[in-house]
Design a binder for this molecule. Sequence first.
Ligand code: ADP
Length: 539
Amino acid sequence: MKVKAYSAFDSRNRNHLISKGDGMYGFSYIKESGTVRLFPLLAAVRGYVMRLSLFWRLALGSLTIILVVAGVNVYALLQLRQLTSLSTDLVAYHTPAIESAKRLTSSLYAQLRSEKKFWVLHDEVFLREFDEEAAEFTRNLSTLLQQDPAQEGQQLLGKTQRLYEAYRRLLREATPRPLPRASLPDDRYTSRRDALVDGVADSLDAYVGLHEALMRTVVNESRTRSAQAEAIMRRLVVVAILLGLGLAAVASYSILRPLRRVQDHIRQIGQGKFGETVQVEAPSDLRELVETVNWMGKKLQELDDMKADFLAHISHELRTPLASIREGTHLLLDEIPGPLSPNQRETLQIMQDSSQRLIRLISTLLDLSKIEAGLMQYQIVLTDLAQVAENSVGKVRLLAEGKRIQLLTEAPHERTWVPMDGARIEQVVDNLLSNALKFSPDGACVGLHIEMDRKKNLVLVSVSDTGAGIPSEDLPHIFDRFYQGRTSARSQLAGSGLGLAFAKRVVEAHGGRIWAESEPGKGTTVTFTLPLTQPRSVA
Ligand code: ADP
């Protein structure tokens, strides 16, 4: 059974599709759920807002807040004007009317007093006093009549005027000129006069009462109005604050959200996922930034592809001549062309080791390029994992002995059949073991541990050492291509930074997982898992 590895392109495209769907920001989701159909106006407004530039979003948001605040102020001004006009009514109209009416009443009684004095003393001075007061009374009454616009007030003042004139007529008739000596008003006159004077006083009282009642109404009305205005103002202020906050939130959300998406996308580019494009509904001025970032991602992807092509090509071209060199050195070392001096043998041995290393490096490079191009094909068959591990251990045994490193293998007794490409997994174990040996000091201990986890339906393979360990800053990157940590740089150990990158891709293609745990100074354990489920064809 041949299983194709997940290529970097496949995963890129997969992510791209996800991000594209995601990029619609649930707009498509909203469309599907029928919300757009339910609220076409809302959708149109949203569409319009999304087209607005940053400047217009901020300007419109601020303008709306200014309009609301201006509306609140206009309302407050209107209310204030109405309250002012009510108090103007009080000051300019009702209070003077009441005072005038009261003055008229006291003037009426002053006239009555003058009249009574006249009847007692028969001195015409009192009649003149009466006439002067009466002229003043008539003038004030007619002024009041002219100033009072209310019908009720007019009626009361008219009645006052009629009764007052009747009183004057009565007095005139009772005081003919020349006055008869020592005449006294009869009872009929007195009672008629008192009735008229009482009538005038009563109607003036009623007039005062009318204006006092109107004043009370005005005061009550202004109280109610100011209470209403206060309540409405309070609500309007709350609405203005909420609206302001809401608009500020919408404005910043609509600006920050696309920025955050772009930031995430840049982070992904940083992680080497260049090919994806980000689809963001953003304001026009931000859209340029989004397009530039997408363009940058595309360019980086092109460069990455070019690099991969170049590596694949150059590796392929180098492999054949290198193989000839290796074979040639091999022949020379076997002394087929002729015997060798010890110095020659030593030089040839170095050449053979170097060409071997170069060939291994180039093979790994080619394999990685194949995996990333999606061209790697795995021969998945049930293979004994313990046997694969044993082969790997066999390859490094000489090296371990050279460094006096103890190699401990721990595996289940029974055979461990795992569906896998044995050759590729052997390469993975080779890489892990050679790293463990490379980074361990002489006399250290390296362990290979195989464990079946039937519950989780997988097998765990771990290679641990008691070497220098990996600094925590390096740990997240050791599975990246060409990444060589500080440990290897410091110890100047030969390496390519490809071993773990290759291992990760191979293990993941088998549906497994690989990770490293390390404590600087104490050692490192690299573990990978492989699923035990056999593909149908293998079973
Ligand atoms: P290299 O060819 O450099 O070994 P790898 O991909 O195999 O490349 O490893 C990447 C880096 O991870 C190494 O350069 C090293 O810094 C670190 N590393 C891997 N295995 C170990 C280990 N067992 N102990 C310490 N560091 C390790």
